[in-house]
Design a binder for this molecule. Structure first.
Ligand code: AMP
Length: 411
């Protein structure tokens, strides 16, 4: 069975085609700068035991429909493609950022699901409209394939009210659904299951803290395998320090910026989302560059790393208290998987909680390819794992599970 996973942004379409019988990606790619003169489509055909065949097309992509049509042509191409006919694609799994309270699991897309995603636009004004565009376009190009929505928020719907309600007038929750939702759910769910598999234990018997550190960053506390709390909130701004987002701040700060610095709402929004985090402190949001700068002796890069890791360590302590006992700590995402110094700094001084990294094991990530590695120093401590995330594969797996044996014509 072949499943195409699509992640549609306001000016981009990221995709991956999977052969689900082997759980292998056949091809993947990114159409970017849609609607701009500098459009670009990068397509990779994955070739067994080789680096893959890459085709880059640099031409204007006027809209998402044209973008997806170009992608389909490449998927069908005799040299770069992996299928002979569109009908080989049994289902399309769409990443949808905000499912609100309605979706605790993936859903086969019908009119009701589309209406519900539209209803959640006020909660994710930047993402849900693009995700809907992806769905509409895919429906016209693949009329015979099942379409499935997989929500970033769904995994966190098990969080109890004491963790998801803000101490604001309750009416705001009742009437406007103001609450913590959490994001990166696909990644937290994927690495949690991988960690359980690695430890040969049912996920439902494990208390875990999963730490996703990419351009965006979030943590989740899992009690008996189900999410009990997470750092991102009603929007992805809350919680950890990120590439360009500030994470937790005093909620009164925007009033100060407006009243004393005369900043507009839009300027404050841009400041906290696009110009803060690592970038705001040391000028770059790319962790590799931050580490290079720190190694070159730049004091603000060192400060940025300290703030970044301090926030994570603080949440490890908080989530330890939430869970009351901890079996496993998981690092994932571009930074969590690759930056050994960050992992070490986040766990420094936590020996009394049973959290202790082995310096040599922590170094070995580079040799392990795509495998899970264990980096805690001894067996009777908290298991500390580095698990490569794969959000696209998780979307494909959830899509496959949902459609089960349904035929194409049932929808
Ligand atoms: P992601 O959003 O998961 O792709 O992660 C992107 C982040 O991972 C960027 O900040 C990268 O600088 C960071 N990253 C990727 N590789 C490394 C590495 N080897 N060491 C440190 N950070 C890395």
């Amino acid at each position: 069975m072949k499943i195409l996973v699509i992640n549609t942004g306001s000016s981009s379409i990221k995709y991956q085609l999977f052969d689900m019988d082997r759980q292998k990606a056949l091809s993947s790619g990114l159409a970017e700068k849609i609607g701009e003169s500098t459009g670009k489509l990068t397509h990779i055909k994955h070739v067994e035991k080789e680096t893959g065949l890459t085709k880059v097309i640099k031409e204007t992509i006027p809209d998402h429909r044209k973008g997806l049509l170009k992608i389909v042509n490449l998927l069908l191409d005799s040299k770069y493609g992996s299928i002979k006919e569109k009908s080989e694609i049994r289902a399309i799994g769409h990443r949808v950022v905000h499912g609100g309270e309605k979706f605790q699991a993936p859903a086969i897309i019908d009119r009701g699901v589309i209406t519900a995603i539209k209803k959640n636009i006020p909660l994710a004004p930047l993402h849900n409209p693009s995700n809907l565009t992806g769905i509409e376009v895919a429906k016209t190009i693949f009329p015979d394939s099942l379409q499935v929505a997989v929500f970033d928020t769904a995994f966190h719907q098990s969080i109890p009210p004491k963790a998801y309600l803000y101490a604001l007038p309750y009416e705001l929750y009742e009437k406007h659904k103001v609450r913590r939702y959490g994001f990166h759910g696909t990644s937290h769910g994927y690495v949690a299951q991988k960690a359980a598999d690695y430890l040969s234990k049912p996920l439902s018997e494990l208390n875990m803290i999963t730490i996703h550190l990419g351009n965006g960053a979030s943590m989740a506390a899992l009690k008996n395998g189900r999410c009990a709390d997470t750092t991102m909130g009603m929007t992805p701004l809350e919680g950890l320090v990120m590439g360009t987002r500030c994470g937790d701040i005093d909620p009164a700060l925007p009033f100060f910026l407006a009243n004393h610095l005369k900043m507009s709402l839009k300027e404050i929004d841009d400041l906290v989302n696009k110009d803060s985090g690592l970038k705001g402190i040391c000028g770059t949001n790319d962790m590799r560059e931050v580490i290079e700068k720190k190694n070159a002796g730049e004091p603000m890069a060192k400060t940025a790393l300290e703030i970044y890791c301090y926030r994570i360590k603080k949440y490890i302590g908080a989530y330890f208290a939430v869970l009351e006992s901890l079996d496993c700590l998981v690092f994932t995402g571009g930074i969590g998987e690759n930056a050994q110094d960050i992992r070490a700094l986040c766990c420094q001084g936590l020996t009394k909680l049973g959290i202790k990294i082995d310096i040599n094991k922590n170094k070995s990530r580079g040799d392990m390819g795509n495998k899970t590695i264990q980096i805690n120093s001894s067996d009777n401590e908290v298991n500390i794992l580095v698990v490569p995330t794969n959000e696209e594969l998780k979307i494909a797996l959830e899509t496959k599970e949902l459609i089960g044996s349904r035929s194409r014509l049932e929808t």
